[in-house]
Design a protein around this ligand. Structure first.
Ligand code: NDP
Length: 269
């Protein structure tokens, strides 16, 4: 039986085993998928041991996404632009690193939430690893404008410079968003894990605007609650992104993209 796993630290909380097991059942594929905790510093060694034990692919989560991109013999453009990988694929001549987070977000926004992104005014709040992974895919949808704002002011500028060849990202500080409004505001911070909301100006949402949080579960509640109270017409957490990025990884490993709607519905239930 082909073996796959999600690698992280901590990783016991991960929904990926449940998602991929459901995909495999739906596709009639026999595989095993588990969560494996790997301490920082020994990532490459453990990946090699797992390969020898018969593993053919991995999802990778915090804190190993950069290490995953670094160990691969081949790095897909998406992972290179993101500076990190969430998927490792074993082929005859080594590991390929890819990043399906961004395409997973776009699939959730466009297919599940029926948002037409072209021409929209989009703001991404937060400029950590997750933000970096979604910016190039967002630019590819041809938004009307793409603004990147963060609590610490330097990182948005650096990201905008790094991705300048892909498209224009307007780097801003939170205070500079005052008086500006958007059709889509994406929270890509981890503030919700501390029960916090980024300290944003009040009137960010245009009529019919959507607030989207990459987080899901209780960590999404602070920002989405704030957004509803401040004029967002629609809100969504990032559970759909999680399921869609998983489907893209499954496609890379198995050559088939599973249907996501039943799995997303089961997780929400
Ligand atoms: P990082 O640690 O790389 O970055 C954290 C970001 O959050 C930084 O921009 C940081 O700002 C900001 N931040 C943290 N606390 C606060 C606060 N109190 N107020 C304002 N900003 C704050 O994390 P990631 O980018 O990897 O992940 C971000 C979130 O996205 C995580 O919660 C993660 O779970 C989620 N995620 C969801 C995915 C999905 O599939 N749905 C996929 C990937 C990530 P500063 O630079 O100023 O410190």
């Amino acid at each position: 039986m082909d073996r796959y796993a999600v690698l992280g630290h901590p990783v016991a909380h991960s929904l990926s085993p449940r998602i991929h097991t459901a995909f495999a059942q739906a596709c009639g594929v026999e595989l095993s998928y588990t969560a494996i905790d790997i301490e920082p510093g020994v990532f490459a060694t453990r990946v090699e041991e797992l390969r020898e034990a018969g593993y053919r692919g991995f999802n990778v989560t915090l804190p190993h996404k950069r290490a995953a991109a670094a160990l691969a013999q081949h790095v897909a453009d998406r992972a290179r632009l993101a500076g990190a990988a969430n998927t490792l694929i074993r082929s005859g001549n080594g590991w390929t690193a890819d990043n399906t987070d961004g395409i997973g977000l776009i699939a959730d926004l466009t297919h599940n939430l029926r948002l037409e992104l072209a021409g929209l005014r989009v703001a991404v709040i937060g400029s950590g690893g997750a933000a970096r992974g979604i910016l190039a895919p967002l630019l590819a949808t041809k938004p009307g404008r793409l603004v990147l704002a963060n609590r610490s002011p330097q990182t948005p500028q650096k990201l905008a410079q790094d991705l300048a060849s892909v498209g224009t990202i307007e780097a801003r500080q939170y205070a500079e968003l005052a008086g500006q409004s958007f059709d889509l505001v994406i929270n890509a911070t981890s503030a919700g894990h501390q029960g916090l909301v980024p300290e944003l100006p009040d009137r960010l949402f245009r009529a019919a605007a959507m607030a989207y949080d990459l987080n899901y579960g209780p960590a999404a509640s602070p920002f989405l609650g704030w957004a509803e109270a401040h004029g967002a017409a629609r809100t969504s957490d990032g559970l759909g992104m999680l399921v869609e990025q998983a489907a893209e990884s499954f496609l890379l490993w198995r050559g088939v993209r599973p249907r996501t709607a039943p799995v997303l519905a089961a997780l929400r239930a």
